[in-house]
Ligand binder design. Sequence first.
Ligand SMILES: Nc1ncnc2c1ncn2[C@@H]1O[C@H](COP(=O)(O)OP(=O)(O)O)[C@@H](O)[C@H]1O
Ligand SMILES: [Mg+2]
Length: 263
Amino acid sequence: MGRIIAFANYKGGVGKTTSVVNTAHVLAMNNNQVLVVDLDPQGNATLTLSRSNPFEQEYTIGNLLADKDLLPRDCLVHTSYQVDLIPANLNTYALVASLPANSAKRIFGLRNRIAELASQGWNHDYILIDCPPQIEGALITNAIAAADYYVLPIEGESVYALQGVGHLMQAIEAIRDDSGSSIRMLGALVTMHDARTTAGKTVMQAINRYFQDMVFKTVIRRNTTINKANLSNRCVCDLDPKSSGCEDYRAFAAELIQRIDRV
Ligand SMILES: Nc1ncnc2c1ncn2[C@@H]1O[C@H](COP(=O)(O)OP(=O)(O)O)[C@@H](O)[C@H]1O
Ligand SMILES: [Mg+2]
């Protein structure tokens, strides 16, 4: 089975979805079989990868968790980016909320469904999970229980970037222990970095001090092409392969694979 990597931060707007879709796209361009699991009911990863309204998806991760008769392959969307997708949309909230309070699906649903997919011959090399901006709840619990690793995207220019990070890491460890998951932190990924500003420099120093060698060497620079790509529901390397955004996500994907092989 492939490596399962969750991109998690309880804060919104830190670059989780951008990092998931663009890393997935780069990995797919490098001939890997890639699956993205959208666990955020906002459906932003679904929108970019499928290039269509998340509400047009027949089945979402919510159906897959709630309906035992549904096959995982029936929820797979094969996107034009050569990335497979298990979508999410706002209906996912209600479906997940409908799971009985003590149901194992609240913890192990995703892990079991991914194992099922692999046993049915879907050999994804990398499975990237776009987590909702939460610190607890069935969706994030399912992500932690299923994943081998997590990447923590951190906004490089926000003075609040590190606030609550310790709590998040503790929460992940607690879920790991309760679920028997072997999830490990792969690294902190600095996004939206601007080396020219005082805030950019100060926050970068603080992040390096806090995470030390857990900070990915690759930093995702603030780049308007990334924003444009998101606005037009495209991956940045598709919109402009020469942009710094594409360059940075290529470098990050390479470093990610290197780290996985090392730990
Ligand atoms: N490197 C970047 N440069 C410029 N804008 C970015 C960059 N990364 C993300 N953004 C923008 O920041 C916003 C939040 O990013 P997003 O990936 O949706 O965060 P999250 O999934 O954590 O909520 C989006 O509008 C996105 O276009
Ligand atoms: Mg998001």
